[in-house]
Design a binder for this molecule. Sequence first.
Ligand code: HEC
Length: 247
Amino acid sequence: MKRVLVCLTLFAVAASVVSVSIAAAPVDVSEAVGAKELAAAAKTKAEDLGKAVADDASFGRAMEAKTIAKDGGVIACLAQALVEHKEGEATGINATGLRDAAIVLSKTKKLADATAALETVNEALAGKGAKGEKDHPWNKLVNMHRMMEEFEFQGGKLRRVLKRPRRLETYSENAAILVVLGLAMEADTHEVKDKAKLPQWTTWSKEYHQAMSGLNVAIKAGDGDKAKSIFEAAEKKCETCHEVFRD
Ligand code: HEC
């Protein structure tokens, strides 16, 4: 009996050590996406959020559309990718500060709070402000429903430009968002109720962010045909996962 207790205690200690160790992204982000497009994407999102907090009416619309929660979460993912990226520092962004400010922003409900949080976001983008911890769990950056809405939003943008590619290279930042959200999707397995299905979730998430990394490369090379075929194949798989884990 005593031995069992000792074993159980050791097991509990081991388990608690595992649960406090914080995993980096499921892949090496430096291989998955460029730091330049991560930075560009974060700046574009912050600019868009500037419009969302411009006045009460815009803020009201943004709250209804959950834009603050969604884009705040997207910036947090981009920032954590910059924290872990070999060339993250070269962007001049205070990436840990950006991540923390973006998470605060994503949870704001009042215009004054959102305005203040966005100011901290912009400071961090300019390389200023307080720094945070390097480690941060990838399943605590963005809400999954908001992530899915962003898949749809960015998917729409990419679908349009890939029909008639014009200035395709500028869409690298859109692909970068899909890469980092795919990483967050792989890390966030809370929707997997039947734990026997965890490997399936991991496989589909991996296939998705790897495809988006390939899409990003094709976009940067200005290869519209290749980008289109990668994009269309990935979009077909959204439903495959929904059939098992959502419906
Ligand atoms: C690895 C599994 C997985 C993949 C891949 C996936 N989704 Fe989802 N999706 C889910 C789950 C689980 C939910 C329900 C949870 C939630 O909404 O919070 C969901 C919900 C959604 C929703 C929410 C609204 C609704 O209809 O319920 C949208 C929109 C969505 N997904 C779009 C997409 C798009 C677009 C893609 C492909 C680019 C995609 N998803 C890929 C798992 C996945």
